[in-house]
Design a protein around this ligand. Structure first.
Ligand SMILES: Nc1ncnc2c1ncn2[C@@H]1O[C@H](COP(=O)(O)OP(=O)(O)OP(=O)(O)O)[C@@H](O)[C@H]1O
Ligand SMILES: [Mg+2]
Length: 337
């Protein structure tokens, strides 16, 4: 049976040496959908997808469920995972230079990926590798095919990584901070490339980034993570126009806005807690100016709101849009009567 969603994470948990860093992630990725994952450093964005794809070191304990088209990856036979990784789901990493093999020519690295994922060899593999290099915007692909990674710039290495990720014709591309190591102009080009490739191939995208502006360009939906949990999830419009979690609001207040008046940027006070000493109740409560007694004793569940978003907060900020509308209607009725 073909399931509605391409990928479904349920209760995904990860611990390193007995210290839990991921506390049960639930996430559905629809076919062709682009979802952003945001949150400060250390909140579990990378670990979520490394765990899902079986890429964490042996000391990691992973539990929960990761289904791709209904097929379970966690605890299943290795063959299932190998059939998915790189083929159905490909991942590109923050630092391309550590992901490309420095002693292998770039063309060979792509043809090897094509051999593994699509069984191509010889001239067919070479032609397809050239097509992929061309597709990701590497000029003069025929000549550059024979070069080594150190002969490419950072941005070109990232393009090569994307070409390798595309080799398996994935249904989902997980791009983990794909532009962080690049300068602003090249960042913008790589973002455009990801948007174009998605439009061309119809693949779904998970876009992990600190850059909320980039997330809004690439994605329709986003998850805000804090201390190993999703604390708010919704459409880009809902999160940008009306963030309800004080943490989401804090992330926005800490970035410059291009529209509107110039305002002082307000960084979120304090730092992300170490997974070993998470506070009682809501993990964000020690840093939250809205926190009340209940926040420090009971952790809020991630529950749906009337506008369709998911939120884990006892005392949300922002507007309750449904209520605002109701109040407005009441006022109209009062005026009429
Ligand atoms: N191999 C590992 N061994 C031990 N702890 C790890 C390992 N990898 C990640 N962690 C811990 O797991 C938690 C989540 O890390 P993760 O890399 O997912 O953060 P992130 O949200 O991707 O941060 P960043 O934005 O810096 O990339 C952190 O506390 C981190 O220290
Ligand atoms: Mg990371």
């Amino acid at each position: 049976m073909v399931s509605k969603n391409l990928v479904e994470l349920r209760g995904l948990k990860v611990a390193f040496d007995g210290v839990q860093v991921l506390h049960g992630i639930d996430l559905d990725v629809g076919r062709g959908e682009a979802i952003g994952l945001v949150g400060e450093s250390g909140c579990g964005k990378s670990v979520t997808w490394l765990a899902a794809l079986g890429l964490l070191p042996g000391k990691a304990t992973v539990s929960g469920s990761v289904r791709v088209d209904g097929q379970e990856l966690i605890g299943g036979p290795r063959t299932v995972l190998e059939g998915v990784r790189g083929k159905r789901i490909a991942m590109i990493f923050q630092d391309p230079s550590s992901s490309l093999n420095p002693v292998l020519r770039v063309g060979r690295q792509i043809t090897e990926a094509l051999a593994i994922h699509r069984g191509l060899s010889g001239d067919a593999a070479r032609a397809e590798a050239l097509r992929l290099l061309d597709m990701v915007g590497i000029p003069d692909a025929r000549r550059r095919f024979e070069l080594f990674p150190h002969e490419f710039s950072g941005g070109q290495c990232q393009r090569v990584m994307i070409a390798m990720a595309l080799a398996g014709e994935p249904d989902l591309l997980v791009a983990d901070e794909p532009t962080t190591a690049l300068d602003a102009t090249i960042q913008a080009q790589i973002l455009d490339l990801l948007i174009e490739l998605r439009a061309e191939t119809g693949m779904a995208t998970i876009f992990i980034s600190h850059d909320l502006g980039a997330v809004s360009q690439v994605c329709e939906r986003a998850c805000v993570m804090y201390a190993g949990r999703i604390v708010e999830q919704g459409t880009i419009e809902a999160l940008f126009d009306n963030p309800r979690h004080p943490y989401t609001r804090g992330l926005f207040d800490a970035i410059p806005r291009l529209d509107g008046p110039r305002e002082r940027l307000i960084p979120i006070q304090g730092t992300v807690p170490h997974p070993r000493d998470l506070p009682e109740g809501c993990a964000f409560s020690p840093r939250c100016s809205h926190a009340a007694v209940d926040c420090r004793s009971h952790r809020p569940d991630l529950d749906p709101l009337a506008d369709g978003r998911l939120l884990a907060c006892h005392h949300p900020v922002g507007q309750v849009l449904a209520d605002t509308r109701r109040n407005a209607e009441t006022r109209v009725m009062e005026t009429v009567s």
